[in-house]
Design a protein around this ligand. Structure first.
Ligand SMILES: O=C(O)[C@H](O)[C@@H](O)[C@@H](O)[C@H](O)CO
Ligand SMILES: [Mg+2]
Length: 382
């Protein structure tokens, strides 16, 4: 079998689908994208196709190593997202050729169902109580929300109190009947992480995500000394080589690589294994589409330390399309009481509705995240 063609489709809300065709008619789908830089990743995918066209798609490990190493420069969000989407599609092909779901090719199930959580509250975490009530009716009991709005490097006690008050309100409304993670979203600088974590301590969130930006990873062990709240990070780390420093330094209890940003299934399966060796939980980041989610689940179902899976149904970013709009087998993604079953069809287990994808790709949005500014006019972390 030989790879014959790579076709990319930018689609709403902000996703990128990749279709890899072969000379024997087997097709694989991937989701290479960095939110807000879809076109850049798309260009990288087509640059990497030089290493793929005419080659045997079954040699995923060799193709991965060539894509990672042969261009001299490596790593980072753009190249690793391009490799991720290609890797996903190659695993999809391999599973379809062998007639088995990807998790079987990775050694089989370690669990019967996977815990998922839902976003609430949007960019500016209001209406959280209303969203939690609605989603609890759908069986969810675990949620995630943004912890703050704009926050200066050093900010006021009032801003800290506002952030904490929202969390106090949730515990007041739901007690310990629900669990929630708080995403600092990189908006909190090191000087403010300590007071915020200390003030949140009494409400015992399940985790605090990106307590500081990934480029401040040396702060993680210091912050972990300062709080009992489990710290989580990973969506802005792109390979084993980024994560190894975090494992060595300690401080992170939950790693959250994104299967569409960190080199795909091949790389994230290895990251999950590294995490397990350090007694660190694995909870893939996934505010994206169905192929990204299916790729996460393929690794979740074979990783002992997988604890939670993000999924984007109802997320505030999904304007213009929802998680399952481009999927023919939406029933396979059914979430029951906050759990999802393994996707048992061959490959990634996603049946893409190609006609809908092609139609949606005719006029795709070129999504960008907003540029936030502080009161003084300086750029604020979004
Ligand atoms: O935890 C999450 O889902 C992420 O922080 C998410 O909000 C961002 O990755 C966003 O997709 C960037 O455009
Ligand atoms: Mg996040």
């Amino acid at each position: 079998m030989r790879i014959t063609k790579l076709t990319t489709y930018a689609v709403p809300p902000r996703w990128m689908f990749l279709k890899i065709e072969t000379d024997e008619g087997v097709v694989g789908w991937g989701e290479p994208v960095i939110e807000g830089r879809a076109r850049t990743v798309e260009a990288a995918v087509h640059e990497l196709s030089d290493y793929l066209i005419g080659h045997d798609p079954s040699r995923i490990n060799d193709l991965w190593q060539v894509m990672y190493r042969a261009g001299f420069y490596r790593g980072g969000p753009i190249l690793m997202s391009a490799i991720a989407g290609i890797d996903q599609a190659l695993w999809d092909i391999k599973g379809k050729v062998l007639g088995r779901p990807v998790y079987e090719l990775l050694g089989g199930l370690v669990r019967d169902k996977m815990k998922v959580y839902s976003w609430v509250g949007g960019d500016r975490p209001a209406d959280v109580i209303r969203d939690i009530k609605r989603l609890r009716e759908g069986g969810f009991d675990t949620f995630k929300m943004n912890g703050t709005e704009e926050l200066a490097i050093v900010d006021s006690a009032r801003k800290v109190d506002e952030a904490v008050a929202r969390i106090a309100e949730i515990r007041e409304a739901f007690g310990n009947d629900i669990e929630f993670g708080i995403d600092f979203h990189g908006r909190v600088a090191a000087p403010m992480a300590k007071p915020l974590l200390r003030a949140l301590e009494p409400y015992r969130p399940l985790f605090v995500e990106e307590p500081v930006l990934a480029e401040q990873a040396e702060q993680y062990p210091r912050l972990a000394e300062h709080t009992s709240i489990p710290l989580a990070a990973g969506e802005r780390m792109y390979s084993r080589f980024d994560f190894k420093r975090v494992f060595q330094a300690g401080g992170i209890s939950i790693v959250q690589p994104d299967l569409s940003h960190a080199g795909g299934i091949t790389e994230c399966f290895k990251i999950a294994s590294m995490a397990e060796a350090h007694d660190v939980a694995f909870a893939p980041h996934c505010p994206l589409g169905p192929v990204a989610l299916a790729s996460c689940l393929a690794v979740d179902f074979v990783s002992h330390n997988a604890v939670l899976q993000e999924q984007s149904m109802g997320i505030h970013y999904n304007q213009g399309a929802e998680l399952l709009d481009f999927v023919k087998n939406a029933e396979d993604f059914h979430i029951e009481n906050g759990f999802i079953q393994p996707l048992g069809k061959p490959g990634l287990g996603v049946e893409i509705d190609e006609e809908r994808v092609i139609e949606a790709a005719k006029n795709p949005p070129d999504w960008r995240n907003p540029v936030w500014r502080h009161a003084d006019g300086s750029v604020a972390e979004w």
